[in-house]
Ligand binder design. Structure first.
Ligand code: HEM
Length: 454
């Protein structure tokens, strides 16, 4: 079913933000380079200088940015139906993610999100965990021990193998390298800063990768629909919309493509930053390993990976607090509204920060310190406001894969730490440079040594 574009998407963006305090930065590029270099530092500096609502200019867009959990609530819950995710994200990722959930609004979004319901139900998640554990354990066996390895590319590859199996079903294995290559090009293109479809540019290569993946997925829909597969793609193919019809080939393809992207780099970032923090904080790693060592199973279940290992849960939360893979949300107003006492016109880009909220000293004790126990029952710093700790966003577009990400993160950590201690390959690494764009990771790709223990 083709849905007509809402008219507000084609309206010209409002660029006059002179009523909002802040700075537009340099001509044309605005503050893009500062944002790429250290978006958290820049956002917190603006917050301190101008208050919780300020204007900024990024990649040719003028944006009203906001800091504070109340703004995250206003923008993500969007009770007044003012904020369009489609008009917000489309300029940045539109060509890559046309038709995906993130570029759908309101009623149409709700109808499209239904396509994913079965694949993310608890019983489906229970089913995926066995495959995940098996792939994690097989990869761990192959990773080098007692000698340096680059963790970031290794975990990226591991998560691609998991995505192939759990999202698409096993067929991918036959053509793994070609499809993996297309996926890497696709993800790089989608997050490239220079959005020009010119030969030689990442954007151009990315669109070609998209085409390869698109064909791969589309050709398998009918077969998946007839089968009884339990991978996510099979669930999508069998799902029906409000009128009782299957979703179209186009809709399924668009959703699978976005899902592969949304799941992969975010979780890779979270696991990489977790390893960096655990290598840096050996005392915490020892406590966590002791707890994990007491679990008497080689194949952890979904329930074991849930909240039942509190120290593992606090680690997950603290990693995502310090380094949220998605640092903020972006929307565009479809009608005039009020934000923090300012009248904001229709068609204005509005951002709301997740990463700055995770570092506000008015809520967090020593916000830059790695301190997983802040999430313990007795301290529960995150419970001061429902939208304070929000790495998965909130409201209608809240991450549909949050339980999957939680389970995947914990499966990798549990399997790895049960039998290994993690150390930096070089003691100077702890203060190494971190890249924030497109997703947070250490610039040196995190050289680690896995020491076999137990
Ligand atoms: C640590 C890992 C992850 C983080 C931090 C994360 C974060 C987010 C955030 C903040 C949003 C909301 C974006 C917005 O409102 O503009 C989002 C949406 C989404 N995420 Fe995740 N995500 C993660 C992993 C995953 C995984 C594993 C999947 C799938 C298996 C997934 C699928 C999606 C989808 C489909 C959406 C769009 C939902 C919608 O628009 O209705 N994500 N994610």
């Amino acid at each position: 079913m083709t849905v007509a574009q809402p008219t507000y998407v084609n309206e010209k963006a409002n660029r006059d933000l002179s009523m909002i305090p802040g700075s537009n930065g340099l001509p044309f590029i605005g503050q893009t380079f500062d944002f790429i270099d250290d978006n958290l530092g820049m956002t917190l500096a603006n917050y301190k200088k101008y208050g919780p609502v300020f204007r900024m200019s990024l990649v040719f867009q003028n944006i009203v940015n906001t800091v504070g959990p109340e703004f995250l609530r206003q923008v993500s819950l969007d009770q007044a139906k003012v904020f369009s995710s489609q008009a917000g994200w489309e300029g940045m990722v539109g060509e890559f993610f046309q038709g995906s959930l993130i570029v759908q609004d309101f009623e149409n979004h709700r109808m499209q999100r239904r396509l994913m319901q079965t694949a993310f139900k608890a019983e489906s998640l229970h089913g995926y965990i066995h495959s995940i554990n098996n792939i994690v354990q097989a990869s761990l066996k192959q990773w080098p021990k007692q000698e340096p390895m680059l963790f970031y590319p290794a975990v990226k590859r591991l998560l691609l193998d998991i995505a192939a199996k759990v999202f698409l079903g096993a067929q991918l294995e036959e053509q793994n390298e070609r499809i993996n290559g297309a996926f890497v090009d696709f993800a790089n293109g989608a997050t490239s800063i220079v959005k020009k479809n010119w030969p030689g540019f990442a954007y151009h290569k990315g669109l070609k990768g998209r085409q390869v993946l698109d064909n791969f997925i589309r050709q398998r829909i009918d077969e998946k629909r007839q089968g009884d597969g339990t991978d996510m793609f099979s669930h999508f193919c069998r799902e029906k919309n409000d009128t009782g019809d299957y979703y179209s080939h186009q809709e399924i393809t668009d959703h699978v493509l976005f899902l592969l992207f949304a799941a992969h780099d975010t979780t890779t970032s979270a696991l990489t930053m977790a390893m960096q923090l655990l290598a840096e904080h050996q005392d915490w790693q020892t406590e966590l390993r002791d707890t994990i060592g007491r679990i008497e199973t080689d194949i952890p279940t979904f329930d074991q990976l849930g909240r039942n290992i509190p120290l593992l849960d606090y680690t997950f939360k603290e990693v995502l607090r310090l380094y949220p893979p998605v640092p903020g949300l972006i929307r565009r107003t479809i009608k005039p509204c009020e934000i923090g006492g300012y009248e904001v016109p229709a068609h204005t880009m509005v951002g709301t920060s997740i990463s700055a909220n995770h570092h506000l000293p008015e809520y967090w004790h020593e916000p830059f310190k790695f301190d997983p126990m802040r999430f313990s029952e007795s301290r529960a710093e995150h419970k001061q406001h429902k939208f304070l700790w929000a790495p998965f966003g909130g409201g209608g577009h809240k991450c549909i894969g949050l339980h999957f990400a939680d389970m995947l993160f914990k499966s990798v950590l549990l399997n790895l730490l049960k039998t290994h201690r993690v150390q930096f390959a070089d003691s100077k690494q702890a203060s190494g440079k971190i890249l924030y764009v497109p997703f947070t990771r250490p610039k040196d790709n995190l050289p680690l040594v896995l020491i076999s223990e137990r």
